[in-house]
Design a binder for this molecule. Structure first.
Ligand code: FES
Length: 181
């Protein structure tokens, strides 16, 4: 019995090793498949970039917007509405914004955003007889000076627009923190 087993083991040891050779058909299909994948990637990558690119781009900065003739601006803050063109990824919009524009004692024109810095209601100039010549918020009673300085309730001054006067017109740009107070 043990002799028989030995014989089997010897026989197995002598088995010729089969080489796995690639057939001509396999070689062709691998080569063509590889070339096809390479060409496909060459077409798909630019398409993907085109599709994803707008998301990766930073938001387009608001350009200067012509708002009003400079001659209409006085030392009494006045509300002006204007539209800005915004591009955010694939989404484009033209929201209407509001600015309160006035001149200070030195004749410098400046523009404030009426969004209350407490919880975002809209402030108005001289809207409460208790707070004369101030911006007042009807929601929780925040009030601000003509420069936008926060006097009560709100934690921060009103935001200020970048502003330039060119060829007799007031142009507004980016909104940012108040630089006057
Ligand atoms: S939102 Fe203006 S006071 Fe609260």
């Amino acid at each position: 019995m043990s002799e028989h087993n030995n014989h089997d083991a010897q026989h197995q040891g002598e088995k010729p090793v089969k080489r796995r050779e690639m057939s001509r058909r396999q070689f062709l299909s691998y080569t063509l498949g590889g070339a096809g994948a390479f060409m496909g990637a060459g077409m798909i990558v630019p398409m993907l970039r085109f599709a994803i690119d707008p998301v990766l781009q930073p938001k387009t900065q608001a350009a200067w917007v012509k708002v009003v003739e400079a001659s209409k601006i006085t030392d009494v803050p006045t509300s002006f509405k204007f539209k800005v063109h915004q591009v955010d990824g694939w989404y484009e919009s033209d929201p209407e914004l509001e600015a309160w524009i006035s001149k200070d004692k030195s004749g410098n024109v400046f523009a404030l955003n009426p969004t209350c810095k407490h919880l975002g209601c809209t402030v108005n100039w001289n809207a409460n007889p208790e707070f004369k010549d101030q911006y007042f918020c009807p929601c929780h009673g925040a009030h601000y000076t003509a420069d936008g300085k926060n006097l009560a309730v709100a934690p921060l001054p009103l935001d200020q627009y970048d502003l330039k006067v060119e060829n007799g017109f007031v142009y507004l740009g980016q909104l940012g923190p108040n630089k006057r107070v």
